[in-house]
Design a protein. Structure first.
Length: 279
């Protein structure tokens, strides 16, 4: 991902200094015009804007910790994945080093960075974002989410959870059909060609957003208790067909907890109240 970010900057003709924990990974970038820094401190000193993409916030502080000159100034824009509290701790730590800080999340795979389809999320001080938004345009569509520096990684976790839950649903459903020798390609024509667009399309989910905000879940077209019955059948079917049953068991357990909490007569979206109120 770091190489993809550097590629996008070079494609825009931006002056670029690069540093990598494995120096040879930057060889191609240097051959195309980037300047190689020998240390993190040298890289930070080379520009008023430092873009960072590492594997964790722990690595971020370990890499920067012994290197940074407290008088270096400038801003660090961190595109490392983590948690909101890690982002807040990083903001405080970089402030102690005299550096402005912006946290971010890249919502596309490396090949899409720098293309019109790329979306990157940012959070932190608005003035820091405004000062760097022109440079950040090299990477894609920059979405500013707010002053709370943890918002970018929070959105990242939420969106990736949606991705994994959707993929797992498709994979488990396909495994159910595989147990009867129905190919994934055949099932996909029904599941993805009709069912998903007609029944769980984004537009139908978006229509429910106001109800989630207002905690209104009328059960006239189907109650949570009724859906629990369907989930029971999915669990039993998985067990009968010899297909991994833990995923539908988890869905059934969630519905059971929501019914026990008093939402049985409301519709399935009332599960949202269970998700919100377990702290």
């Amino acid at each position: 991902m770091g190489i993809a970010l550097a590629d996008a900057s070079l494609a825009r003709g931006q002056a670029l200094t690069v540093w990598n924990r494995t120096p040879e990974k930057a060889d191609d970038l240097v051959a195309r015009g980037a300047r190689r820094a020998r240390t993190v401190a040298e890289a930070v000193a080379a520009s008023r804007t430092t873009i960072v993409c590492l594997d964790s916030y722990e690595t971020l502080q370990r890499v920067f910790g012994p290197e940074i000159d407290a008088d270096a100034g400038g801003a660090v824009i961190n595109l490392t994945s983590g948690t909101p509290n890690e982002a807040r701790a990083a903001e405080a730590w970089f402030a102690e080093q005299g550096l402005d800080y912006l946290d971010g999340a890249i919502m596309v795979p490396p090949p899409a960075v720098g293309t019109p389809e790329a979306v990157l999320l940012y959070s932190g001080a608005r003035d820091v974002f405004d000062r760097h938004v022109a440079a950040l345009a090299s990477f894609g569509d920059s979405r500013y989410l707010g002053e709370d520096v943890g918002l970018a990684v929070l959105h990242n976790s939420a969106l990736l959870e949606m991705m994994y839950a959707t993929i797992n649903g498709w994979l488990h459903a396909t495994a159910l059909l595989d147990s009867a020798n129905v190919s994934a390609q055949t099932f996909s024509e029904l599941a993805l060609g009709w069912f998903m667009p007609a029944v769980v399309d984004p537009a139908s989910l978006a229509e429910q957003a106001p109800a989630l905000d207002d905690a209104e879940y009328p059960g006239g077209l189907g109650t949570l208790a009724m859906n629990l019955n369907a989930l029971e059948h999915i669990v039993r079917t998985s067990e009968e067909q010899g297909v991994y049953p833990d995923q539908p068991r988890t869905l059934k357990r969630i519905a059971e907890q929501a019914v026990a909490a008093g939402y049985g007569a409301q519709n399935y979206f009332a599960v949202y109240e269970l998700f919100k109120n377990t702290r």
